[in-house]
Design a protein around this ligand. Structure first.
Ligand code: FES
Length: 349
């Protein structure tokens, strides 16, 4: 364990902890664009710099491990001035259209500019003029709003292992783009949306959230219906309707990862063909029934068949749309209550 002091507070953390993590452990939030606890340290944005007594230069807190006796200041005058300049440099090449930007209220650049009182950039010069990529119907990509933190690149390569996007060019012309600058399409992208989830600005936007401000939605945590893995996410509800899905970082099964179905297919919820009540076939036609009627029907028919022909005359086929727990219960019910091992599952394709 290492003992150090951060902003006058004593803290003890395991060897190898970074200054940023040590600060977080005692509730001190150091700003960061490129750091993400689930990704490899990139150390590119420098907004996380702090003052370490005895060190000549400011240190990037996300990539500097703590050392015994270290004395750290996270908001000293020098640190604040440096952060303000970093923000001014970023704003110098960033559209300042926050009034109409879809990410307003959920943008780290906006938050940090507010925190450090940066309203505009003194650095006047050429700005990026890159084309918007909005041909697909899920993700809008505006590279003019990209601050090159690299999180989308890392998550695409290291977490999703797809490699749809990467850095190209150098210096002022550096940008994150697809092979040959192609628009996002299903040949090069799985549309998992991981990049959208980590983007700190309006460079990558889920189109389902366009026209909605973050404070207009309430979040309801649930388990995804698409398969038995049991991924958790938050349904984002506006005016009583689900408008989209955002990941729940602390989800035990999936963390922040979601597949294209879980992240984008909220249309399933409002599909008019969705069956919302049990149906019983009577005289060759399905007719709507209550749950009590349906369960009574199942129980009496099962009993009838088992009494006439034995338990092996029935089988249960359960669904990949159920949770693992529901599927477990189905096979348990068949084996112990009905007395047959005739169980199967539609995911066994
Ligand atoms: Fe530390 Fe970007 S957060 S360099």
């Amino acid at each position: 364990m290492v003992n150090l002091t951060i902003d006058g507070k004593a803290v003890t953390v395991p060897t190898g902890t970074t200054i940023l993590e040590a600060a977080q452990s005692i509730g001190i939030e150091i700003p960061h664009f490129c750091y993400d606890k689930d990704l490899t340290v990139f150390g590119g944005c420098r907004i996380c710099v702090v003052e370490v007594e005895g060190a000549r230069n400011l240190q990037a807190s996300c990539s500097t491990p703590v050392t015994p006796g270290m004395v750290v200041w996270t908001e000293s005058e020098r640190v604040v001035k440096t952060r303000q300049m970093i923000l001014e440099l970023l704003l110098g090449n960033h559209p300042v259209d926050c009034i109409v930007c879809d990410k307003t209220g959920d943008c780290l650049l906006q938050d940090y500019c507010y925190r450090y009182g940066v309203k505009e950039s003194p650095f006047i010069g050429e700005k990026k003029q890159l084309e918007l990529d909005r041909d697909n119907h899920l993700i809008e990509r505006d590279q003019n709003k990209c601050i090159l933190c690299g999180k989308c690149v890392q998550v695409c390569h290291d977490v999703q292992v797809t490699g749809t996007i990467d850095f190209v060019e150098r210096g002022f012309y550096t940008r994150v783009t697809t092979p040959y600058d192609l628009p996002l399409n299903t040949e090069i992208c799985r549309f998992c949306g991981q990049c959208v989830g980590v983007c700190p600005t309006g460079a990558l936007v889920n189109k389902q959230f366009k026209g909605t401000r973050p404070w207009e939605v309430s979040k309801v945590r649930t388990t995804c219906l698409f398969c038995g893995v049991g991924c958790n996410f938050d349904l984002n509800v506006k005016d009583g309707r689900v408008i989209g899905v955002t990941p729940t970082p602390e989800a035990p099964v999936n963390g922040r990862s979601l597949c294209v179905k879980g992240r984008f297919h909220k249309d399933l919820l409002y599909n008019p063909e969705r069956i919302t009540t049990p149906l019983i076939k009577r005289d060759g036609q399905f007719v709507e029934a209550s749950w009590d009627e349906a369960l009574d029907e199942i129980a009496s028919r099962l009993k009838e068949i088992v009494a006439a022909d034995g338990a092996n005359a029935v089988a249960a086929l359960s669904s990949a749309r159920c949770t693992n727990e529901e599927n477990y219960l189905m096979q348990k019910f068949m084996r112990t209550a009905v007395g047959t091992n005739n169980v199967d599952h539609c995911a066994r394709t």
